[in-house]
Design a protein around this ligand. Structure first.
Ligand SMILES: [Zn+2]
Length: 150
């Protein structure tokens, strides 16, 4: 397994943990210089906060807590392709890369509603962002968490 795959698998584990805590199945982490600097789970239900997506929380944290040199060396691994809100936050934070497991198109196939089907890379391109996007990766594993939930 590549290190990208092992970090994606960790994001999927965080998505499972979010479900155990009473939330929807989404998890993410930030890696700088091959070290996990922060993890986050979805808490939209328990916080009653539509913005409590893990990617949004991590981008906000990175913009506040990481030096610019670390942000441009930072990869976000996430269990599902970031939504347009989170993609915008990733651009504002200036992160280097996003690697996701489940694509938004695959999510829309298993989740009944609430999916905005705009690819993360399209939002970042339109925003003139420098963040590169890679995925899907280990999509069957990531999708299994959604299939069990929705
Ligand atoms: Zn989001």
């Amino acid at each position: 397994m590549t290190s990208d795959e092992s970090y994606v698998r960790r994001a999927i584990d965080l998505a499972e943990s979010a479900v155990e805590s009473g939330n929807t199945p989404f998890g993410s982490l930030l890696v700088v210089d091959d070290e996990i600097v922060r993890t986050a789970e979805n808490t939209t239900l328990t916080d009653d906060d539509i913005a409590a997506h893990p990617e949004f929380k991590l981008a906000s944290w990175a913009a506040t807590e990481l030096e610019p040199a670390d942000r441009v060396a930072c990869t976000m691994y996430t269990s599902t392709e970031p939504c347009p809100m989170c993609a915008s936050a990733i651009v504002y934070a200036g992160l280097d890369r996003v690697v996701y497991s489940v694509s938004v198109d695959s999510l829309a196939d298993v989740r009944p509603d609430g999916v905005i089907e705009i690819p993360c890379a399209e939002v970042i391109d339109r925003a003139d962002g420098a963040t590169t996007v890679e995925g899907p990766m280990l999509e069957d594993e990531g999708l299994a968490v959604h299939e069990n939930y929705f």
